[in-house]
Write a protein that binds this ligand. Structure first.
Ligand code: ATP
Length: 297
C-alpha cells in the first residue's frame, strides 16, 4: 500500500487510555453486537484508518473489497502488505483463488462467518473496503438478519475529488515503479476472461493490448503503448472513485444509513510529518472518538 501505515499506537483524543480502549469491557452483554463499517472511495485511506482503529480498540479487520479478496496482484489491487497490518488479523484478504467467482452471496456468507468468529474472541469486527454493493448485500441480508443482530457504526473517509484524482494518478505511477507491469504479465493469457476473478481488477484489462503487442514492437512503440495503458488505468481509477462515492451517497440518502464522514482532504495536500499530523487531527482522532462513543455509550 502506498498510503503508508505506521504501527505505532495513535494518540487517542479521548480521556480513555488506550489500554482501556484495548480491553474488552466495552461490550454490552445484552442487545445487539457492534460492528464498525468503513466506507470511502479507492485511495482515501480506509486501510490506514482500519489499522488505526484496530490498534486502539480490540478489533479484527474484514476486507470488503471484492477484488482484494482474491489471491495475487498485490500491487495492482493495492492490498495492505503484511508488515503494515501491525499484527491485526485480516479476514477475506487474498483468500480466494484468482480465477474463482466471488459473488455478493459468497461475501455475505464469508463475512458473516468471520464476524461470528471475531465476536467469539470478544473482538470488534471492522469491515473495510470499497465494494459498496457487497456491504449493502451484507447489511440488507434478510436470511442472516444482519440488522436485527448487529448495531453498525458507518464511517466514511472523504477526499475532495480533484485532490483524490491527483493522488490516484500518482499512485498508479508508484504501482508501475513497484513492478505492476511484471505482476500483471504473470496473469496475462491471450484467452483470458476479464469478467471473472482477479482479472477484473483495474490494471489487468488495460494492459491487455500492450502485453499482446509487446513482442512485436520496437522500444519506442512499446513505450507509447505502455504509457497509453497507464493513462487508461489512471482514468479508470478516477472513474471507480466517482462510482463508489455515488453509491455511498445513495446508501446515505435512499437507505438512510447514518454515515459519519471524516474529511481527509488536507492530509493529501501535505507531505511527511505534516500529513501525519493532519491525519491524526482530522481523521484518526475524530474517528476514534466516533467509534468510542458508539462502543461505550
Ligand atoms: P458493483 O458490483 O455494482 O460494480 P461494487 O461497489 O461492488 O459495485 P467495486 O468494488 O466498486 O464494486 O468494484 C467495481 C470494479 O472496480 C471491479 O470490478 C474492478 O474492476 C474495480 N476494482 C475494485 N476494487 C479494485 C481493486 N482493489 N483493485 C483493482 N480494481 C478494483
Amino acid at each position: 500500500m502506498i498510503f503508508s501505515v505506521s504501527c505505532k499506537q495513535t494518540m487517542s483524543l479521548l480521556d480513555i487510555p488506550s489500554g482501556v480502549l484495548k480491553s474488552n469491557f466495552f461490550r454490552p452483554r445484552r442487545g445487539k453486537e457492534k460492528v464498525v463499517i468503513l466506507l470511502g472511495a479507492t485511495g482515501t485511506g480506509k486501510s490506514r484508518l482500519s489499522i488505526d482503529l484496530a490498534t486502539q480498540f480490540p478489533a479484527e479487520i474484514i476486507n470488503s473489497d471484492k477484488i482484494q479478496v482474491h489471491a495475487g496482484l498485490d500491487i495492482a489491487t493495492n492490498k495492505i502488505p503484511e508488515e503494515e497490518r501491525c499484527g491485526i488479523p485480516h479476514h477475506l484478504l487474498g483468500v480466494i483463488h484468482p480465477n474463482a467467482y466471488f459473488t455478493a452471496t459468497d461475501f455475505v456468507d464469508m463475512a458473516s462467518d468471520a464476524m461470528t468468529s471475531i465476536l467469539s474472541r470478544s473482538q470488534i469486527p471492522i469491515i473495510a473496503g470499497g465494494s459498496n454493493s457487497y456491504i449493502e448485500a451484507l447489511v440488507d441480508d434478510k436470511d442472516f438478519l444482519f440488522q436485527s443482530k448487529y448495531d453498525c457504526c458507518f464511517l466514511c473517509v472523504d477526499v475532495a475529488m480533484p485532490v483524490l484524482d491527483q493522488y490516484l494518478s500518482d499512485r498508479v505511477d508508484k504501482m508501475v515503479e513497484m513492478g505492476m507491469v511484471d505482476e500483471v504479465r504473470k496473469f496475462f493469457d491471450a484467452n483470458a476472461n476479464y469478467t471473472v476473478g482477479i482479472r477484473k481488477a483495474i490494471g489487468v484489462p488495460e494492459f491487455d493490448r500492450y502485453l499482446r503487442a509487446e513482442p512485436f514492437l520496437n522500444k519506442r512503440e512499446r513505450e507509447e503503448l505502455l504509457q497509453e495503458a497507464i493513462q487508461e488505468i489512471k482514468r479508470n481509477n478516477c472513474k471507480l472513485a466517482r462510482r463508489q462515492l455515488e453509491k455511498i451517497h445513495r446508501l446515505r440518502n435512499k437507505k438512510n444509513w447514518k454515515i459519519h464522514t471524516v474529511d481527509a482532504t488536507e492530509v493529501f495536500l501535505r507531505r511527511g510529518k505534516e500529513a501525519d499530523e493532519a491525519w491524526e487531527r482530522l481523521v484518526a482522532g475524530p474517528s476514534t472518538e466516533i467509534v468510542a462513543e458508539f462502543l461505550y455509550k
